[in-house]
Design a protein around this ligand. Structure first.
Ligand SMILES: [Zn+2]
Length: 365
């Protein structure tokens, strides 16, 4: 579910390509040999309409090819120690050193490559477009430089996004889940197969069910793509974060329950909202809130993390997002069309399995 921005422009471009009749219709997008021939013969990227979304174990070479062909990524690399140390350099200081640094990526072949692609495809399916991603880099873990210029490990960080660069760390499949319902005072919720011991702030409120590693991984990637969408949104509308903060109830880095009329009034009048409606991160799931955040991190991390969590929820838990956070849901729905002007339009593939879906597509080919 979700909204789809118009893709007519893209379709016209697709149908106007000169290779009609030149290429085999049944183009296995992931065959390195075929892709090589395609690129040598045609001197341009394969048509995304005919991409075949990979499943299961794929090779790193197949991953790289797909990311470049269909997502516009220009640089995919396994990071080096020198690169990571340089990335920690703060203005006017020597590059920090990282003791016992280790290289990491998912390997020469892994199902995780297909899961990463699938997360990006899920964002494309929801919005009709994906954020601008120039670079994908793999590192073992994130670091912060300390005052002595030594990189200190941040093992809880699974991925990050900044300036069009998606960085993926070994912990990127760490557990991630949204509540399965709106929190309500009656406390009756859809049953969850497995619910882990509630984290602080989770109770009272709707349960946060255990999710598979694969699903957590995809939500984590979608969260990072949310930061990417934020970058594109800011290019499309420099006031987007101010609008988000006002629409959702962020004032001075604190979250207030925008569902309360007194909070909405205070924000429009430029006066401090009533303090009893401030939502603390350790009470984020409480049924007393009218506009309910989707996670503790959405509150503790500030508006930027709230935005990224909202995008991930819009992709993977849209019905729950609408029930818990109608203002967040509305904000995305109302603005995605504007943001998409700075995103990469990516239409759904026209093939289902190995066969064309209808005559119109047969004609296009
Ligand atoms: Zn984030």
């Amino acid at each position: 579910m979700g909204i789809h921005v118009p893709t007519h422009k893209n379709r016209q471009q697709a149908s106007g390509k000169s290779h009609a009749g030149n290429t085999p219709f049944f183009q296995p997008a992931l065959s390195p040999t075929t892709n090589g021939i395609l690129q040598r013969n045609l001197q341009h990227r394969p048509d995304p309409s005919f991409r075949s979304i990979p499943q299961g174990v794929i090779t790193r070479a197949e991953f790289d090819q797909y990311m470049m062909d269909y997502f516009g990524v220009r640089d995919i690399h396994t990071g080096t120690q020198a690169q990571q140390e340089a990335s920690l350099t703060r203005h006017g200081r020597p590059a920090p050193t990282i003791p016992h640094w280790q290289s990491w990526d998912p390997g020469t072949a892994s199902a995780d490559y297909a899961h990463i692609i699938r997360a990006i495809e899920d964002v494309a399916e929801t919005f009709g477009a994906i954020p601008t991603i120039h670079t994908v880099a793999f590192f073992k873990m994130d670091y912060d430089p300390n005052a002595a210029g030594i990189g200190i490990a941040r093992r809880d960080v699974g991925a990050s996004f900044g300036g069009g660069k998606l960085t993926i760390f070994e912990a990127f499949s760490r557990s991630h889940a949204f509540p399965n319902a709106r929190s309500d005072t009656g406390g009756s919720y859809p049953s969850a197969a497995v619910v882990l011991a509630p984290a602080p702030g989770e109770t009272p409120g709707a349960p946060v069910p255990y999710q598979s590693r694969e699903h957590s991984l995809r939500e984590n990637i979608a969260h990072e793509l949310g930061h990417g969408i934020a970058e594109d949104a800011h290019r499309a509308d420099p006031d987007v974060f101010d609008k988000f903060n006002r629409a959702i109830g962020w004032v001075g880095g604190q979250l207030f329950d925008i569902g309360q009329q007194a909070v909405a009034d205070a924000i429009s009048n430029g006066t401090p909202p009533p303090s009893q409606y401030r939502i603390p991160h350790d009470d984020w799931n409480n049924p007393q809130w009218i506009e309910q955040p989707m996670s503790r991190y959405a509150v503790a991390g500030g508006p930027g993390e709230d935005f990224a969590e909202t995008i991930a929820a819009y992709v993977y838990s849209p019905a729950v997002l609408l029930q818990r956070s109608p203002e967040r849901y509305r904000f995305i729905t109302a603005h995605i069309g504007t943001w998409a002007t700075q995103m990469r339009v990516l239409p759904p593939p026209v093939l289902r399995g190995d066969f064309p879906v209808n005559d119109e597509i047969r004609h296009m080919a």
